[in-house]
Design a protein around this ligand. Structure first.
Ligand code: CP
Ligand code: NVA
Length: 308
């Protein structure tokens, strides 16, 4: 039994196994009703706690549905309604929940909360997003890229906008799956140097290019995300919008990428801010495949965690 805390702390071999397993599970469900149980029931008799200290649509529904398709049961817990939100320690919460459930998924603010949950839980813990990373999303994104275009290794990914938690996990994936990543955005919103250095340490080209039009030249995939994340103060909104406007992904920018480049956004989006609707609904966009693949990728992650 193993926790899935981040892409850079999971071996490339295991990450690849999870992508392959996700693909196989998706294929096996082809044409079946969404509510139908999978033929094999690896989570039969298993209980999964899904803890949310921040809002969620995709993570919440895809984990819940995924567990049920595999024969398990879930409980969705809001951080505020738990004693966790009223002063009980993370360590005590982890030890108590481990007496009831087989797996814990948590979406939280501080990375330290996730780490502490994993340290004190005696069941696997999955990172459903922290202020710093969002590994489940990028597993779905790698799966989505490969579904459309084949192996992602050796490709050029361009991240345009805020060097945030989703960007961080993309940099981890660059190192682990072997693709290049160019970040383009304002200097104050650069991704952490630690993450750029992680990717570089694995021999891939991870760089910063301030000019978005230069950055996207030769891109196989262009990715962006909201300009204001859930953990960012509302007071920073206007400043961020002003800084990030030149990095909007629009048709003019996409036209400078390779003709068959894909466009991704983890959603939720603020349409016509970080990306225009013309791009989001246009021929390059695979945003709803990404959302669907959260389900399949996370099923594979849960199986891996439980050794199923
Ligand atoms: N992409 C993503 O994690 O979406 P939710 O916030 O809706 O879970
Ligand atoms: N960067 C965004 C991702 C949401 C799925 C946030 O953290 O709010």
């Amino acid at each position: 039994m193993t926790s899935f805390l981040d892409i850079h702390t999971t071996s490339p071999e295991d990450l690849r196994k999870m992508i392959d397993s996700a693909r196989a599970m998706k294929d096996a469900r082809n044409g079946r009703p969404k509510g139908a149980l999978d033929h094999d029931q690896p989570l039969a008799g298993h209980m999964v706690a899904l803890i949310f200290e921040k809002p969620s649509t995709r993570t919440r529904v895809s984990f819940d549905v995924g567990v049920r398709q595999m024969g398990g049961q879930t409980m969705v817990l809001s951080g505020k309604e738990m004693q966790l939100g009223h002063g009980e320690t993370i360590a005590d919460t982890a030890r108590v929940l481990s007496r009831y459930v087989d797996l814990i998924m948590i979406r939280t603010f501080e990375e330290a909360t996730l780490q502490e949950m994993a340290e004190y839980a005696s069941v696997p813990v999955i990172n459903g997003l922290t202020n710093r990373t969002h590994p489940c999303q990028i597993m779905a994104d790698v799966m989505t890229y490969e579904e459309h275009r084949g192996p992602i290794a050796g490709k050029k990914v361009v991240w345009s906008g805020d060097g945030n938690n989703v960007c961080a996990s993309f940099l981890h994936a660059a190192g682990q799956f072997g693709f290049d990543l160019t970040f383009t955005g304002p200097p104050t919103l650069d991704p952490e140097a630690e993450w750029l250095n992680f990717a570089r340490s694995k021999g891939v080209d991870a760089r910063i290019e301030r000019d978005p039009f230069k950055a996207v030249e030769g891109a196989d995939l262009v990715v962006t995300d909201t300009w204001v994340s859930m953990h960012d103060p509302e007071s920073a909104k206007e400043r961020r919008h002003n800084q990030l406007r030149p990095y909007q992904v629009n048709e003019e920018l996409m036209a400078r990428a390779k003709p068959d480049a894909l466009f991704m956004h983890c959603l939720p989006a603020h349409r016509n801010d970080e990306a225009t609707s013309a791009v989001m609904d246009g021929p390059h966009s695979v945003i709803f495949d990404e959302a669907e693949n959260r389900l399949h990728a996370q099923k594979a992650i849960m199986r891996w965690c439980l050794g199923k």
